[in-house]
Design a protein around this ligand. Structure first.
Ligand code: ADP
Ligand code: MG
Length: 140
């Protein structure tokens, strides 16, 4: 299987609890390598643009407010089949349904404040990486 890239966000519930290192360690232990990382405070435009696919969902406004409620850490992760590997270590969207040992099962607060974002396809990974990073900010 090929080494590929995916996009990750450590969400405001994690920066607030000072567990960005713990989250990153779980990603690294799963076999993912952080090849780009920065801590930012999302603007409304960034949060709405990033989650634009969810614009019609009932939770959209709350999600945008949550993503702006504190700093986040945006990251590019590299590994074998990185999109699927990251989704596996993240666990299900709702932590109540997530497998034991996953980031969301062990650390998430709720279905909204669920600690991490991860791209859901290679195509979206490329779009999401380009949304936050210039090519020269990614060092593999
Ligand atoms: P995932 O992050 O697992 O890919 P989605 O893309 O479906 O999940 O949703 C994006 C984000 O929106 C979730 O990670 C979560 O923060 C939030 N979210 C999803 N479903 C709900 C819901 N039913 N109520 C509140 N927030 C939700
Ligand atoms: Mg998603």
């Amino acid at each position: 299987m090929a080494v590929t890239r995916t996009f990750s966000i450590i969400k405001p519930d994690a920066t607030r609890r000072n567990i960005t290192g713990k989250v990153t360690a779980m990603l690294e232990e799963a076999g993912l390598r952080v090849v780009a990382s920065k801590r930012i405070h999302m603007t409304k435009d960034q949060a709405e643009g990033f989650y634009g696919v969810h614009r019609e969902r009932p939770f959209f406004n709350d999600l945008v407010q949550f993503m702006m409620s504190g700093p986040v850490v945006v990251q590019v992760l590299e590994g074998e089949d990185a999109v699927a590997l990251n989704r596996k270590v993240m666990g299900a969207t709702n932590p109540a349904n997530a497998d034991a040992g996953t980031i969301r099962k062990e650390l998430a607060e709720s279905i909204e404040a669920n600690t991490v974002h991860g791209s859901d396809s290679e195509e979206n990974a490329a779009i999401e990486i380009a949304f936050f990073f210039k090519p020269d900010e990614i060092v593999g």
